[in-house]
Design a protein. Structure first.
Length: 269
């Protein structure tokens, strides 16, 4: 990675310069004054483009928040976000188009992350991001015909299925959530390379790690509710909306890191 030094600093063996998450402080032994590595990753035009596109994808993915202003009739407590894209919904086409754009952007970003990765964890994260992007597009290719929370007949058809009768939509949703979770874990693993016990996580790292349980936790609640039934019919929609917002935040965070020119690991180029 190219760094633009503004001052000289001595880095002890085993310490690595910053990669765009923020400056790495290097403490000298014997109580000497802490030194700052005051270089930052040099972002290329492509980094800026990829980062901006990813941030836009994250923001678009949370566009369901505007549905109250559109007069949507779906109950946010009982309906899933994906029901907004059902064929019988008035703005279904708009939400399906948003999913296509988000999925395509994430796939392109995934290829960029995998190509720039210098360690297997980063390349694996690129593959996991690609899985999320592809699964999001598959959701659009096989949309829901109706919204179960709004149509009794549609709900009856859904209820008639056994817990093992997953359709393409359910499978792609699980794949998308699994992909983004694996991507965050692998990026965190990559960032831990060479980290010392005294080195604090940066705000961007913390944002990404906080998003992880907010994606995985609600996802588990939804799966258990759909298969076993927990009596959460009136709030499961809110649970999923928390998950989608967290996922959007993770995409925005990844975009912010990419915009700054990060190569995801603390190491020389």
């Amino acid at each position: 990675m190219n760094l633009v030094p503004r001052e000289r600093a001595v880095i002890r063996p085993g310490r690595r310069p910053d990669d765009g998450f923020g400056p790495l402080r290097v403490g000298a032994e014997g109580g000497d004054t802490t030194l700052r590595v005051s270089g930052s990753a040099t972002a290329t035009r492509r980094d800026r483009l990829v980062g901006s596109a990813t941030i836009a994808a994250g923001l678009l993915y949370s566009c369901f928040v505007v549905t109250p202003f559109l007069g949507a009739s779906l109950d946010p407590g009982r309906s899933f976000v994906s029901e907004l894209a059902a064929l019988d919904q008035p703005y279904g086409g708009v939400f399906r188009a948003v999913d296509v754009v988000v999925g395509a952007i994430v796939v392109l970003v995934a290829l960029r992350v995998a190509r720039c990765g210098r360690v297997p964890a980063v390349r694996g994260a690129g593959g996991a991001l690609a899985l999320f992007g592809v699964a999001t597009v598959v959701d659009v290719a096989v949309p829901m015909a109706c919204a179960p929370s709004a149509e009794p007949a549609c709900a009856a058809a859904e209820a008639a299925r056994t817990p093992l009768e997953f359709g393409v939509h359910e499978a792609s949703s699980v794949a998308a959530n699994g992909g983004i979770i694996v991507a965050v874990v692998l990026l965190a693993v990559a960032r831990s390379r060479g980290r010392t016990a005294s080195q604090q996580a940066s705000p961007l790292e913390l944002a990404m790690l906080i998003g992880l349980p907010l994606i995985a936790g609600p996802g588990m609640v939804i799966v258990v509710e759909e298969t076993l039934g927990l009596g959460l019919d009136g709030v499961v929609g809110y649970v999923q909306r928390v998950q989608v917002l967290a996922l959007s935040g993770v995409l925005v965070t990844i975009g912010a890191v990419s915009w700054r020119g990060s190569r995801w690991v603390r190491g020389p180029a």
